[in-house]
Design a protein. Structure first.
Length: 59
């Protein structure tokens, strides 16, 4: 059984959305999804600079 870890939240964040998933099989899709997420986050940060958007991806 895996040990639960408390969420990691960026210092300036006021709230967070936490998601949990089990990953099995091919990790290439997971890697691509993480890259796409980071790219989308970067675009949103440029579009909304005052929102101070941030993200933490942890496994």
């Amino acid at each position: 059984m895996t040990q639960v870890q408390s969420g990691i939240l960026l210092e300036h964040c006021r709230f967070a959305i936490f998601m949990e998933a089990s990953v099995q099989g091919e990790f290439a899709d997971l890697r691509q999804g993480c890259k796409q997420f980071c790219q989308t986050l970067s675009e949103l940060q440029q579009q909304f600079p005052d929102a101070r958007l941030g993200a933490v991806i942890a496994f």
